[in-house]
Design a protein around this ligand. Sequence first.
Ligand SMILES: Nc1ncnc2c1ncn2[C@@H]1O[C@H](COP(=O)(O)OP(=O)(O)O)[C@@H](O)[C@H]1O
Ligand SMILES: N[C@@H](CCOP(=O)(O)O)C(=O)O
Length: 309
Amino acid sequence: MLKIYAPASIGNVSVGFDILGAAILPIDGSLLGDCVSIEEADEFLLENKGIFCNKLPHDPKKNIVYQCWVRFCKKIGKIVPVKITLEKNMPIGSGLGSSACSVVATLVVMNQYCGFPLNKIQLLKLMGELEGCISGGVHYDNVAPSFLGGLQLIIEEDDNLSHIIPIFEDWLWIIAYPGISISTSEARNVLPSYYSKINCIKQARLLAGFIHACHTHQPLLAAKLMQDVIAEPYRIKLIPGFLKARKVAQDIGMFMCGISGSGPTLFTVCNDIKVAKNMRNWLIQNYLQNNEGFVHICSLDIAGARKME
Ligand SMILES: Nc1ncnc2c1ncn2[C@@H]1O[C@H](COP(=O)(O)OP(=O)(O)O)[C@@H](O)[C@H]1O
Ligand SMILES: N[C@@H](CCOP(=O)(O)O)C(=O)O
């Protein structure tokens, strides 16, 4: 049986709303993402497993996995009867690209099972489309890193969809999911439709400077520029305890602290394991709201979606 794992991701990475995303891998060796396996069947069947499977829509046709199967079959012009098993390990509406994990793992597994009829660009375009069905707007900042790995900058110009950005290998990325859910489409609806000229110029300066700092190996400059002037000011009100956590992160010695995707997960970065562990302990004691919440110290997941033995 063929089984594909697709990692969780931090959408936006604060400075690149909708166009920057990072795939993550806990340093303790655990896996943070969904697995999808496929086997021959007489008709399409979907089985859901995993710790968060009870939070999936009850109607299997509303599961994004089913919609991926339909779109993929349409794209290759052939109905492929298969049984798909989704291991839903990612909390839904967490800000860690949960729907993207399912989309990426399903399309990669289907493509491999069918002998690679679609190339990487066609697959990524399809992933963006399907993610758009769920979140109310096509955005690649979760699907691209989950599929391709690392820190991805979305270019989206013709076939130039996404490029990997070199990032500092010693950076530790702590993510804290409090255990409550925020719908991405609702968190997109709180954003304004238009931004002022001053804001647009600031956003361009921050993102261009960040990408420059990554390419010229200036970690402190990069971290300083990781500011969100597009979404964070409007989403903070949806995330209890975020401002307090950010203040503590600064006091503890983290480089920066921002919202992961549309929240409520936060992420914070440093390059010192002692500092990271202090922060993790504080987040466990103060940011989690119930026993579904979790905190992980991560590195970037460079491999992206991959086959599991
Ligand atoms: N396989 C799936 N994984 C995650 N969410 C799914 C899946 N199938 C359908 N959904 C629906 O998609 C929505 C979650 O998407 P979203 O708010 O973007 O969360 P996330 O930020 O975790 O991706 C929910 O309404 C959920 O019911
Ligand atoms: N760029 C998107 C990212 C959403 O990520 P998710 O993990 O919350 O689905 C946005 O900020 O709306």
